[in-house]
Design a protein around this ligand. Structure first.
Ligand code: DX5
Ligand code: ZN
Length: 231
């Protein structure tokens, strides 16, 4: 597992394959090979009003990408399907705090499988709900749109949530990665990083561009302008 990538003292960019051309997924993934993390959005039609990929998309992504694979589980009852996703061998498993009563158990099982554990909150969910699991997780994913679809507009209140989460991390003296997902482009990248984020998911802002390599570099450069907490 490329743990060094998550530990790297730098901003990480994570293209979301939800925005890729699925008729040529292999070459689409190859076009973002300069990214650190590949973000795979799993939607079940219950937790979110859309259906996307299952564990096989994680397996396919693993074959085509050299960096970390992050499986973002937007599914109800992640407890029931966790083993299926563990078997697909992502590097990071992200589940939603709203979808389970047993976050601590899920985190332990994910770690036992040798996978980074990440927990996500929807826009209307307070980050204070994460307080007691913060010391256990490798990453927190803050949704900056209501999950379910790509190409939505960034919700500005997200910036306060990121600051609040950074503050909580300071109180607990922990330093999980803070990832932001939804409506990230070269305009919003700087402000989320300034607020404390250090992993940026982007769908349309990368796969909607002709040169994906340049789009990734552009997001990285824009985000780095807000970077003070990693240097
Ligand atoms: C939304 C997904 C996102 C989505 C982001 O439910 O979790 O990962 O692909 O897409 P953009 O960057 O286009 O908002
Ligand atoms: Zn996502």
């Amino acid at each position: 597992m490329s743990k060094a990538i998550l530990d790297k003292k730098d901003l990480l960019i994570a293209p979301s394959i939800l925005a890729a051309d699925l008729s040529q997924l292999g070459s689409e993934i190859a076009s973002v090979s300069n990214a650190d993390v590949l973000h795979v959005d799993i939607m079940d039609g219950h937790f979110v009003p859309n259906i996307s990929f299952g564990p096989n998309a994680v397996r396919t992504s693993r074959k085509c990408f050299g960096g970390l694979i992050d499986a973002h589980l937007m599914i109800s009852n992640p407890d029931e399907l966790l083993e299926n996703f563990i078997q697909a061998k992502p590097d990071i498993l992200t589940f939603h705090i709203e979808a389970t009563n047993h976050a601590d158990r899920l985190i332990s099982r994910i770690h036992e499988a040798g996978i980074f554990a990440s927990v996500s909150v929807n826009p209307a969910t307070s980050v204070s709900l994460l307080e007691d699991v913060l010391p256990e997780v490798d990453m927190v994913l803050i949704m900056s749109v209501n999950p379910g679809f790509g190409g939505q507009t960034f919700i500005p209140q997200t910036l306060n949530k990121i600051r609040k989460l950074r503050h909580l991390c300071g109180l607990y003296r922990v330093n999980p990665r803070i990832e932001v997902d939804g409506g990230i482009d070269t305009t919003t990248a700087k402000s989320v990083v300034e607020a404390g984020a250090d992993v940026l998911v982007a769908g349309l802002a990368i796969f909607g561009q002709e040169s994906r390599a340049e789009a990734i570099e552009g997001l990285h450069a824009a985000g780095r302008k807000g970077l003070t907490h990693l240097v």
